[in-house]
Design a protein around this ligand. Structure first.
Ligand code: F3S
Length: 278
């Protein structure tokens, strides 16, 4: 049998846990219909489980005629909460407090006249929401490879999507310094993410194989798997235990398990149970 070691930080972060709990509580407190704007978390298994409990999903407010709207942990573009309330919908704001801090920072920086640069993925809902708080021209760069001095103003304020790595933020900052008169940096990287990655890397260096569990649509899980893979330890990113059938686990191998912030504990436990039976 393989030796299985599970990272203690694997699974839901406090922001995701809080959002899921608030959504479930909204079903109890307000009754149907309760909607989330977009999937409550980037994990299809958990989204299905919550749908069975009655949690509905809409892509925009236009689709919702009545009931309650839950703003997920990624936040929502500025004005959405006000619009929902004006239309008589109930609103439960489950935006993670750390995402709120990023949105506030983007707003403040814009108001002081700095050009805002967000280090992150422009198509991620958290970044789309944060962008809506920028007063002026705002840039989104994935990393140092996107730095374009032609687009930059002399004074910039730099923040990061909460689930970015600190290293990526640092690389963008040092790449910008030569082209600016003023660079204001705010570390908006989430500590839970930083800890999760550090622990996964340490574990990867001690085992023969790493399994990263989480939605294939989850940005933080994908980045976690990429970081783990870069250690050189063979790494598999799976969504559920069913995919373990395709993973070859040598007899007596040590296997490390970690999971993204949006992976529920029951999915992780299921993976561990199957691994233990190998
Ligand atoms: Fe919040 Fe960090 Fe989770 S920003 S949603 S606690 S990954």
């Amino acid at each position: 049998m393989a030796e299985i070691r599970v990272a203690s930080s694997a699974g839901f972060c406090f922001g995701v846990r809080r959002a899921v709990d608030l959504a479930v509580q909204a079903l109890v407190d307000f009754g149907n219909p309760v909607y989330t704007l977009g999937p409550i978390i980037h994990n299809p298994q958990e989204v299905n489980r919550l749908r069975e409990k009655g949690l509905l999903m809409a892509e925009s407010l236009i689709e919702i005629e009545s009931g309650t709207v839950v703003i997920r942990s990624h936040g929502a573009p500025r004005g959405i909460i006000e619009t929902a309330a004006r239309r008589g919908l109930g609103v439960v704001d489950a935006t993670c407090p750390l995402v709120k801090r990023l949105e506030e920072k983007v707003r403040e920086l814009g108001e002081t006249g700095l050009q805002v640069i967000i280090v992150g993925e422009s198509d991620h809902p958290e970044v789309k929401a944060a962008l809506s708080y920028a007063a002026g021209r705002c840039l989104v760069w994935r990393g140092p490879e996107d730095i374009d001095p032609g687009q930059m103003e002399p004074s910039v304020g730099i923040v990061a999507q909460t689930t970015q790595s600190l290293e990526n933020l640092q690389l963008v900052v040092s790449g910008c310094v030569p082209f600016c008169r003023e660079v204001h940096v705010f570390n908006t990287v989430c500590e839970a993410t930083r800890k999760r990655v550090a622990e996964a890397l340490a574990l990867a260096r001690e085992v023969d194989l790493m399994i990263v569990v989480g939605g294939k649509n989850s940005g933080n899980t994908k980045r976690l798997a990429e970081a783990v893979r870069r250690t050189g330890t063979p790494t598999c990113h799976i969504e559920s235990s069913r995919e373990l059938r395709e993973v070859s686990i040598p007899k007596g191998a040590s296997v490390g398990v970690t999971a993204g912030a949006s992976t529920p504990s029951w999915v992780i436990q299921d993976v561990v149970a199957v691994l233990e039976s190998v």
